[in-house]
Structures are given as C-alpha cells and as structure tokens.
Design a binder for this molecule. Structure first.
Ligand SMILES: NC(=O)C1=CN([C@@H]2O[C@H](COP(=O)(O)OP(=O)(O)OC[C@H]3O[C@@H](n4cnc5c(N)ncnc54)[C@H](O)[C@@H]3O)[C@@H](O)[C@H]2O)C=CC1
Ligand SMILES: CCCCCC(=O)/C=C/[C@H]1[C@H](O)CC(=O)[C@@H]1CCCCCCC(=O)O
Length: 262
C-alpha cells in the first residue's frame, strides 16, 4: 500500500513500538490516530509528533483497549476527525504472568475486537476503501517460553487468528489484507525495565534470570529494526497472510512462505 494520504489507527502508541510506528507512518505522509491507556505519555507523544508533523496529522485518544466501549469510541473519533481508516495496527500488549487473565484481555481479546472493528470500517459496503491490518504478535507467537506461558499463549493466538482471517475470500474481495509482525526481544520498556530491574517489573514474568540469559544469547533488536519490518509489511503490494519474524541475529524472516490464501 502507498502510505501517503492514508489514515492509520495504532493502539499502544504512547511509547515503544506504537510510537515508532506512528512516527514512521507520519513521515511517509499518513495521518495517525493513536490510542493508549497512558494519558500523560500519550499527550507527551502527541505534542512531540504534532511539533514534527503538524497538529492536523496526528491525534491521541485515551483508550483502554480492554474496554469495548472505549475501543468503539476510538474508531468513532478517528472517523470523525480523519473520515476514513486504511491501516489498523493492533499493537498494545502487556506481560503479566501473575495477572494472566488481563494478559488475555489486552493481548488477545482486544486484538480480536480491534481487528473486527477495522474489518467493518474498511468494508467498501460500509463506505470503506479496504485496507491493511497489522497485528503485533512476537517471537513468542512462534516458539514456547517456560517463563512466559500466558504471554506465549496470547501471541500464538494472535498469529492463528490473523492468518485464519487472511485466508477468508470475503475480506480478500473487499481489498483488505491482514499480516502478523513477530518481533523478538527489542529495546522498549517492556524488555529493558525487566533487565534493569525497574520497580515490580521482574514479577511480570517467571524465572526472570533465565529470560535475561536468553536475551544475552539472542541479542536485542533496536526499535528501528522492528519499525523497518513494520513499514516493509505496510508498503508491500501484497502482505496478506504474511508473518514477519525479526530477530537480532537473523534480521527479517518471512514464515510460512508457502501460505495458502484461500
Ligand atoms: N519489546 C519487545 O521485545 C517486544 C514486544 N512485542 C509486542 O509489541 C507490542 C508493543 O510492545 P512494546 O512497545 O515493547 O511495549 P511497551 O510496554 O513499551 O508499550 C506498550 C504500550 O501499550 C500501552 N498499553 C498497555 N495496555 C494497554 C491497554 N489496555 N490499552 C491501551 N494501551 C495499552 C502501554 O501504555 C504502552 O504505551 C506488544 O504487543 C508486545 O507484546 C513483541 C515482541 C517483542
Ligand atoms: C530479560 C527481559 C525479558 C523480558 C521480556 C520477556 O520476558 C519476554 C519478552 C518477549 C518479547 O515480548 C518478545 C519476545 O520474543 C520475548 C519472548 C521470547 C521468548 C524466547 C524464548 C526463546 C527460548 O526459549 O529459547
């Protein structure tokens, strides 16, 4: 898809990947409506991005994606401001093995809700123009990790859900593509807080010392490495059904390349 003139909705956009993805799309001439549960972080990012790309190009919406009505309001607000939605990025995600139900609510249920809402708004029968939906899974969507069973379950779920919808001829006929991004460890707060032992962060996973050892072996990607893969997916003419894994040692690797799309 050509990004210039398109409108994107991005969840979890106050920091980390979501903020970087927003900036990368703005740089290429899109308008971006980003959402986050973190109001002060979202407002700060809004100020930074508006200073670079103009007030009329970027809009922050306070939204807890685990709350259905707030998610619906996000779409209403984006349509009211920018009139259309061409790109949906379900990026918001958390690590919380003790609170695994919340992990499922945010990583899995909300991702499904965001996908279904985007499919509805992108449908030409509802006035949409088709579009691209990118769901952010993980290396943990492809491989198990005994220090993260709930997180791994949600990330495997994202992968299966997104690949399944991508096979549906109905969405293909509506010009809608769905792809999955699978980053391995990257230097956002999600990972660096645990390595640096930020308050309470080690309790979010089981066996933090094992996890840290694995990061030492696997290496840690920069946010720019992951953003580069994200943009590659969005800009591809056909990304439908793609699963893009990115890790430090091997870079970008498309998975399931002999995908069946119908
Ligand atoms: N950093 C990493 O190594 C990797 C991260 N991921 C995934 O990438 C996505 C983004 O992660 P990062 O940027 O690393 O994390 P991060 O923790 O830096 O940023 C996540 C953002 O999501 C927001 N958020 C959390 N719960 C929310 C909710 N209920 N509603 C709305 N916003 C909410 C947070 O406030 C935060 O701004 C997540 O889905 C994560 O699982 C996947 C693979 C690697
Ligand atoms: C030491 C900091 C790690 C804290 C973060 C964490 O535990 C999990 C991070 C996942 C991140 O969201 C993306 C991933 O790919 C991480 C999980 C990767 C699991 C790798 C398991 C590899 C193995 O068991 O060999």
């Amino acid at each position: 898809m050509k990004v210039l003139g398109k409108v994107a909705v991005i969840t979890g956009g106050a920091r980390g990947f979501g903020k970087a993805f927003s900036e990368a799309l703005l740089k290429r001439g899109a308008k971006v409506c980003f959402a986050d549960i973190d109001v002060s972080g979202g407002q700060q990012s809004q100020r930074e991005l508006a200073a670079k790309f103009g007030e009329t190009s970027v809009h922050f919406v306070k939204c807890d994606v685990a709350k259905e009505e707030e998610f619906r309001d996000l779409f209403r607000e984006c349509l009211s401001k920018f009139k259309k939605i061409n790109i949906m990025v379900n990026n918001a995600g958390i690590l919380d093995e003790a609170g695994w139900e919340k992990c499922i609510d945010v990583n899995m249920t909300a991702m499904m809700r965001g996908t279904y809402l985007a499919l509805e708004k992108m449908n030409p029968e509802n006035g949409g123009e088709g579009g691209t939906i990118i769901n952010v899974s993980s290396f943990a969507g492809l491989y198990p990790a005994h220090f993260l069973p709930a997180y791994v379950a949600t990330k495997h779920g994202i992968l299966g859900f997104t690949r399944s919808l991508a096979m549906d001829p109905l969405y293909q006929s509506q010009g809608i593509q769905l792809a999955t991004l699978c980053p391995a460890f990257a230097s956002t707060n999600m990972v660096t807080d645990i390595i640096q032992g930020e308050a309470g962060s080690r309790q979010k996973i089981l066996y933090p010392d094992v996890a840290i050892k694995i990061t030492e072996n696997m290496g840690i990607c920069s946010v720019a490495d992951i953003t580069d893969g994200f943009i590659e997916l969005v800009e591809k003419e056909n990304c439908n059904g793609d699963v893009l894994l990115i890790d430090k040692k091997n870079g970008k690797q498309y998975q399931f390349v002999n995908k069946t799309t119908s």
